[in-house]
Design a protein around this ligand. Structure first.
Ligand code: HQG
Length: 178
C-alpha cells in the first residue's frame, strides 16, 4: 500500500529531525540531505515514495516543517531537531513578546528552572498565542507562557527565526516568563 501524506510527513520528521540513522542517512552539519539519496535509502528500508510525493508533502505541510534547497535537490527539517545540527540561522531581534505552549503538569517545573530544550536542540517559541495553544495541546491540558523576548534580547540572549517562522532560543530563565 502506498504511504499516505500524513505518514510520509511523520516519516520525514523522524529521519530529518531525530533518527536519520534508522535508514542509514547522514545529515550534513546544517541538517540537509540529498532528496535522491533520501528516496533510495527510505525505499531500501521499506518506505516507498517518489519525488512528487515528497514535494507535495513539503508544499502542503501545515507548519511548513521542511525546507528545500534553492535547487530543490536537498531537504531539511526547518526546526525541531533532536540530533545536533547547526541550522546556520542569523541571530535576530525577536518580537517583544513571544509565546510558549506547554501542558499544565509542566508549569511548576518550568517556573522553577525556566524553559529548557529537553530532547530538542533549542526551546521553541510561537509568534502568536493561538499557535502556542496548539503546541501546548499536544502535551495535555494547555498552558500558555508569555515570554519577555524583548527583555531577554536586551540582556544578550540570542534568538533565531526558523524558515517556517518558529522562534528558537537556547533557554528561557524563569524571570522572563509570565
Ligand atoms: C516542556 C511541534 C519541564 C515544554 C510544535 C514542552 C513545536 C519543560 C516539552 C515543536 C521544561 C518539550 C516543539 C522544564 C520545557 N521542565 N518541562 N524545565 N522546559 N518543558 O515537543 O515546544 O508538529 O520537545 O514546555 O509545533 O512542545 O513536531 O517541544 O511541553 O513547533 O512539527 O517540555 O514541535 O512541531 O516538548 O514543540 P517538545 P514543544 P511539529
Amino acid at each position: 500500500m502506498p504511504i499516505d501524506d500524513i505518514q510520509l510527513s511523520k516519516f520525514l520528521s523522524l529521519v530529518l529531525r531525530h533518527k536519520p540513522d534508522a535508514i542509514g542517512l547522514v545529515l550534513d552539519p546544517q541538517g540537509w540531505v540529498g532528496i535522491s539519496e533520501l528516496i533510495v535509502k527510505a525505499s531500501a528500508a521499506g518506505t516507498k515514495f517518489g519525488r512528487d510525493d515528497l514535494l507535495r508533502v513539503v508544499a502542503e505541510s501545515d507548519k511548513k516543517r521542511f525546507s528545500l534547497s534553492p535547487q530543490a535537490d536537498r531537504i531539511r527539517a526547518a526546526q525541531g531537531h533532536s540530533v545536533s545540527v547547526e541550522l546556520g540561522l542569523a541571530a535576530q531581534e525577536p518580537p517583544s513578546i513571544l509565546y510558549h505552549g506547554t501542558a499544565t503538569r509542566f508549569v511548576e517545573a518550568i517556573l522553577s528552572e525556566g524553559l529548557k530544550p529537553q530532547a530538542r536542540q533549542q526551546v521553541h517559541l510561537s509568534f502568536d498565542e493561538a499557535t502556542a495553544q496548539r503546541v501546548g495541546q499536544r502535551h495535555g491540558k494547555p498552558h500558555i507562557f508569555k515570554v519577555d523576548a524583548g527583555g531577554m534580547h536586551a540582556k544578550g540572549y540570542k534568538f533565531f527565526r526558523a524558515d517556517n517562522g518558529v522562534w528558537l532560543t537556547d533557554q528561557v530563565p524563569p524571570e522572563f516568563l509570565a
